[in-house]
Design a protein around this ligand. Structure first.
Ligand SMILES: C[S@@+](CC[C@H](N)C(=O)[O-])C[C@H]1O[C@@H](n2cnc3c(N)ncnc32)[C@H](O)[C@@H]1O
Length: 328
């Protein structure tokens, strides 16, 4: 059986870090954590040196890959067949790995300002099948047309005006759809909502995670986010200084399709927006619903098929409309 992309990425990262001092990587990780925690637009590229790039790839890329895989897994059936993907600010290529898994025949182009990040991205993909190309690009420059244009974990590094302009350039270049992924924090969700507003204004149709085109019903202090499990490698544990064998990457996202470019999106179900709470004889779900509301639904054993579905459903999944029984 073929190893999954997360494990193949781990093998490629292990090969890249063989012989590299983990003390130097830890210094770079600490610097990057400080920089990312500080937030705000960067005055100079953050991923500049080869050591910082290797540190980023080891401590963040497995998590951003997990988030991107989760997003595409939940969205691909509503996007349809994709033959070309352009990933803006793609760095070391996390979204490219996820896109190549979802659409193995697609040509994927990673665009970024950071030459060192792309050089590592190319090496990490060197044993991988499929067509993934890395090209130097600066936000504000033209974006080549593609079925799908993706932007993952980039908006926080840009100024407000540059955020809108990168999303608008993605919209102009996309013939099928646009994918935006951000950290699953209140700020990340706010940036996703701002991007969602631009997508809707441009006439695109939101297909995931929102089951509607209306205003987001989730109000502060709450925020819409999802979670993807990341298995930590030995190097990952060393860099992050923890014993736990896994971590949960929280992310916020929106996927929208160009209206009329696919008829696959018609869905009238809800979205599970928290970990389902399972208790004896009942499951409590938090749902975002097609009518634009969000709230709790209790599904008890009496609901039969719906109860069995609820036992298996996970945070981020669809909750089928036909099973909407027993409260809500
Ligand atoms: C946090 S990294 C995310 C990388 C990748 N998308 C991922 O999900 O792992 C942000 C990326 O955005 C790129 N970036 C930031 N500002 C940019 C700009 N003005 N033009 C081009 N790329 C930019 C950085 O070089 C970096 O690779």
């Amino acid at each position: 059986m073929q190893r999954t992309p997360d494990l193949r990425l781990r093998d490629a990262l292990d090969a890249e870090t063989a012989g590299v001092s983990s003390a130097s990587l830890v210094v770079s990780v600490d610097r990057l954590i400080g920089r990312y925690r500080a937030g705000g637009a960067a005055s100079a590229p953050i991923l500049a040196s080869a050591m910082d790039v290797l540190a980023y790839a080891n401590y963040r890329m497995p998590a951003t890959l997990a988030a991107c895989r989760n997003v595409l897994w939940h969205s691909a059936s509503r996007i349809g067949e994709v033959t070309s993907v352009v990933d803006l600010g793609g760095g070391t290529g996390a979204m490219a790995w996820a896109a190549a898994e979802e659409w193995p025949d697609a040509s994927v182009t990673v665009l970024d300002q950071a030459g060192e990040a792309m050089a590592l991205g190319r090496r990490l993909r060197s044993a991988e099948p499929g067509s993934v190309e890395f090209r130097t690009w600066q936000a504000g420059s033209p974006v080549p047309a593609a079925d799908l244009v993706t932007i993952s974990y980039v908006l926080s590094e840009l100024r407000d005006a540059d955020r809108s302009s990168i999303v608008l350039s993605a919209i102009r270049a996309a013939t099928r759809g646009v994918v935006i992924v951000e950290p699953g924090t209140p700020d990340g969700h706010r940036r996703v909502l701002a991007a969602r507003a631009l997508l809707l204004e441009a006439g695109l149709r939101v297909v995931t995670p929102c089951p509607h085109q209306l205003a987001c019903p989730i109000a502060a202090p709450d925020w819409c986010h999802f979670s993807a499990r990341v298995e930590r490698s030995a190097m990952h544990r060393r860099l992050k200084g923890g014993d736990l064998g896994h971590e949960d990457e929280k992310f916020s996202y929106v996927v929208a399709v160009v209206d009329g470019s696919t008829d696959l999106y018609a869905a009238d179900g809800s979205r599970v927006i928290r970990h389902p709470m399972k208790r004896k004889g009942l499951v409590e779900l938090q749902l975002c619903r097609p009518d634009g509301s969000a709230g709790r639904q209790i599904v008890t054993k009496k609901a039969g098929v719906a109860y069995r579905t609820a036992r298996d459903v996970r945070w981020g999944d669809d909750w089928p409309a036909d099973d909407r029984v027993n409260g809500g």
